[in-house]
Design a protein around this ligand. Sequence first.
Ligand code: 3PG
Ligand code: MG
Length: 400
Amino acid sequence: MSALRTLDDLLAEGVSGRRVLVRADLNVPLDKQTGAITDDGRIRAVLPTLGALVEAGAKVVVCSHLGRPKGAPDPQFSLGPVAGRLGELLGAPVHFATDTVGDSARSTVADLADGQVALLENLRFNAGETSKDEAERGAFADQLAAFGDAYVDDAFGAVHRKHASVFDVPARLPHVAGRLVLREVEVLSKLTGDPERPYVVVLGGSKVSDKLAVIEALLPTVDRLLIGGGMCFTFLKAQGLEVGTSLLEKDMVDTCRNLLERSGGKIMVPVDVVVADAFAPDAAHDTVRVDGIPSHRLGLDVGPETVAGFSAALSQAKTIFWNGPMGVFEMPAFAAGTRGIAEAITKADAFSVVGGGDSAAAVRALGLDESSFGHISTGGGASLEYLEGKTLPGIAALEN
Ligand code: 3PG
Ligand code: MG
């Protein structure tokens, strides 16, 4: 990869009085009932970049997506609450525009004083943001680019998206990587370069189909690949076991069997699981061996023997990458697997990277000490695609 121009390069040019458009990933989880922000990790993660620009006297115009609205305004995905939280964390009010490139945005940006911060409404309220049509994306990018004299990409979680704010705006403005994007790329490139061995990867989460490409890409590189979470049941089925009513991707069973056969014993799957009567916090549940999953029950966590086996592998590791919870950690009855693995990672004498919004949220929700991990990535899909070795549109755009 060619060297990226960085925020420090931009600051060295001087930004006082200049409008700097910052693409952030403020796509934070919200409580379904109250709409309250349940984890503000992604807001905190862009503070170093925003703080440096404020300090340097820039007029800072922040833009982001939240959720997946369908190209039109949708109040449940408003960035309004995020503007409030961002202001609290910055210690100064954030001027919120109630549209993205309309009258409110234009006047909000025009009224900014040096060192002030504006946040535009959700980028995805505009069809041009995610359009596959270059011209439609380009027209929206023109409108966004009009709000900045320079562009900073600090939205690591979105660099794998070929979206207007990520891919097309940097083609229209002087552009640099923000502090978060730079740190993420530095850390992840250690994993794709020459990681210290043993290199152990833990993958969880619900869907095998989301993880197939990364499993393929990692198999030759890793020393051990530990598989838990909902996706483990498709692997167990591939071993000829019955998985009851657990999550199962039937069309992936052959692929998983093939991966197991080719893995040369590197892939470890659970030996015991916690099975429940229903997907509910108070469902009756027991731990069973994987060859004894009752036909009417579903697995919602990995069991203690699995945690012990995975932990033993992790204790040997010098480099660890973890993506995806081991079970339904949001329900206390099914959180022990994720907690056990997270604790094993923090105890290992290894450089550890946690990738993925859910795993990072799990670390914080379980009250674990974030500083005992080497790096907690803000990118889920982005960190996986980076490890797959894919070209990431947002990074490619910064390199040009
Ligand atoms: C994420 O949460 O994965 C990023 O914010 C990207 O969001 P997306 O998957 O909706 O593009
Ligand atoms: Mg995603």
